[in-house]
Design a protein around this ligand. Structure first.
Ligand code: C5P
Length: 287
């Protein structure tokens, strides 16, 4: 019997991103304060379809086969649960820009895990889903939980933090893409001179101090960008600040830049101003 569920897949932003060291396994040890925001994809998961795997998205350039991260997540879920779904259909409506530093693919994978857990009544805990998600991508464990969290290790060691005080988030994705592995390769960990004040951000969250968080937004990858991209990212940041953001920073490995605002009208004006110059601009809230 066919059963289906439609679930949201929230975008994530990095309030801080620090790269601590290179690891033996080819990954890096990170320390990041993560936040999910209301910009979202929607994933419809149907099981018992009878057919073999069907993956559909509204973006023609995304993989529509078993290499799509949502399909990889489904395969890992079935292996962990020892299940045969009797056919699986994944329909992904993308709104989160792709390769943008917003964890869109990871979030689709996490949403698929949550949906399959419910549809099959498997009863895995979120921690177990996050373990399965870690086999799919480094940001998937965080995306299983969402909210405000400190992510360490490869990204899979999660500590829940006090929620970010309510604010408005203006996101702007410049026109270029950045390859995550290439940007990691371009970063010389031993030469990082400036790092985020992660402890300060955690303390500001503890105190419910939005301004204290916004003042400390920092991402070491901004310093690893080539000059052309660095100029564009700096221009978007400058514009966000000029239009009243309390702080602005690039998210993940970019190129999306976001600003935090304590007032919706100011945020809306900033978004409108950016939208006159950039195609992909969004106004969101923390979730
Ligand atoms: O885990 P995920 O597939 O998202 O990672 C993509 C790439 O980003 C990895 O192949 C690796 O080059 C880099 N990465 C890293 N250290 C991490 C996470 C990602 O070096 N903690």
């Amino acid at each position: 019997m066919k059963r289906a569920l439609t679930v949201p897949a929230w975008a994530k932003i990095n309030l801080t991103l620090d790269v601590l060291s290179e690891r033996q396994d080819g990954y890096h040890d990170l320390r990041m304060v993560m936040q999910s925001v209301s910009l979202r994809d929607t994933v419809r998961v149907a099981i018992g379809t009878g057919a073999s795997l069907l993956v559909r998205t509204n973006l023609s350039f995304l993989p529509d086969d078993n290499t799509n991260l949502a399909a990889v997540a489904a395969e890992r879920f079935c292996a962990a649960a020892g299940l045969d779904l009797g056919g699986l259909s994944l329909e992904i409506e993308k709104s989160i820009p792709v390769c943008a530093g917003l964890g869109g693919g990871s979030s689709d994978a996490a949403a698929t895990l949550r949906a399959l857990n419910e549809l099959t009544a498997t009863g895995f805990s979120d921690a177990r889903l996050a373990e399965i998600g870690a086999q799919v991508g480094s940001d998937v464990p965080y995306c299983v939980f969402g909210g405000t969290a400190l992510a360490e290790g490869r990204g899979e060691l999660l500590t829940r933090l006090p929620v970010l005080p309510h604010c408005w988030v203006v996101l702007c994705k410049p026109e270029f893409r950045i390859s995550t592995p290439q940007l990691f390769a371009a970063l010389n960990v031993r030469r990082i001179v400036r790092r985020p004040d992660t402890a300060g951000v955690c303390a500001a969250l503890e105190q419910g101090d939005l301004g204290g968080v916004a003042r400390r937004l920092y991402n070491v990858f901004e310093d690893a960008l080539d000059p052309r991209r660095a100029t564009v990212v700096a221009a978007v940041k400058a514009m966000l600040l000029e239009w009243g953001a309390l702080g602005a920073v690039m998210s993940g490995t970019g190129p999306t830049v976001f600003g935090l605002f304590d007032d919706v009208l100011t945020a809306q004006s900033a978004a409108n101003a950016l939208a006159r110059q950039y195609e992909e601009v969004f106004l969101a809230e923390p979730v």
